[in-house]
Design a protein around this ligand. Structure first.
Ligand SMILES: C[S@@+](CC[C@H](N)C(=O)[O-])C[C@H]1O[C@@H](n2cnc3c(N)ncnc32)[C@H](O)[C@@H]1O
Length: 258
């Protein structure tokens, strides 16, 4: 399995920079330094991370309310307030969640904080190898893919080129049974904003996907209204509360398999 590399507190890291923007404490000086540098270049970064997280929570609640009781959250990140299982189990106390990440620190924190919760497993895995994730023994013992399942790829596919991201999503879609859902979000912005951000982001290589590219990641799934949208504008069951779009945003969508 390809990992995020061994634990190295001297180099900024995707999960810890994200944790800082979300207001978490699981980050080091190098992560805070990069996070602050990015905020100077692109002041909306932390707000975008929080808006993405709020979208994820709305989308999980939407899917859980439609009777889906199993979630595979790939690139889950460090535990934070209101994780996927907190939201899903608020709707359905029996909901089961498999958290997957390739960062050993995320796995260690997840195992000490989340895996004690009923219905939760934490599994190391690399999104670039989706078949390995789907055949992982700990995951298949926990999640039955013959039943409707929600796969979450939140703020992770912008670390892959569009063609690779589409292939990754298609493997999950193929494995999902009818009535399953796919939640995706990716960082976006006007080309100049996106390029300035991507060149300053030294924790990983970023690929900015267009709205049209993101639409293709859903294959022939039915997109839940409003379709591919800015995360602030995806309201699920709460359409009255529509926010003004802006160019620097995460783009998202929620697809359902017929
Ligand atoms: C920006 S954070 C998003 C966290 C969470 N999904 C959210 O939306 O709040 C990206 C996460 O993806 C993980 N990640 C990055 N590349 C990955 C890969 N190839 N396979 C699995 N996880 C990966 C990072 O370790 C990090 O935890």
């Amino acid at each position: 399995m390809r990992g995020a590399g061994p634990f190295d507190p001297t180099r900024p890291n995707i999960a810890r920079v994200w944790d800082y923007w979300l207001g978490g404490k699981d980050n080091y000086a190098v992560d805070r330094e990069l996070a602050e540098k990015l905020l100077a270049i692109h002041p909306a970064s932390a707000q975008m991370a929080r808006e993405n997280r709020a979208f994820l929570q709305r989308a999980v609640r939407y899917v859980a309310a439609r009777g889906v009781g199993q979630f595979i959250d790939v690139g889950a990140g460090l535990p934070t307030a209101l994780n996927t299982h907190d939201v899903a189990q608020d709707v359905n106390p029996d909901a089961r969640v498999a958290y997957v990440d390739n960062d050993p620190v995320v796995i260690a924190h997840g195992r000490s904080l989340l895996a004690r919760s009923p219905g939760v497993v934490v599994v190391p895995g690399d999104v670039r190898d989706p078949r390995s994730i789907l055949s992982d023994a700990a995951l298949t013992e926990h999640v039955d893919l013959a039943e409707p399942t929600c796969v979450i790829l939140s703020a992770i596919l912008h670390f892959s080129e569009a063609a690779t991201a589409r292939d990754i999503a298609s493997v999950f879609i193929e494995a999902m049974s009818p009535g399953s859902y796919l939640i995706i979000s990716v960082g976006s912005g006007a080309p100049r904003e996106g390029n300035r951000f991507a060149s300053a982001y030294t924790a990983a290589r970023i690929h900015i996907h267009s709205r049209d590219e993101l639409s293709t990641f859903f294959g022939d799934l039915d997109l839940v209204p409003p379709g591919v949208a800015a995360v602030r504008c995806w309201r699920g069951d709460d359409p009255a509360d529509v926010r003004a779009p802006r160019s620097a945003t995460f783009l998202c969508g929620v697809g359902r398999k017929r």
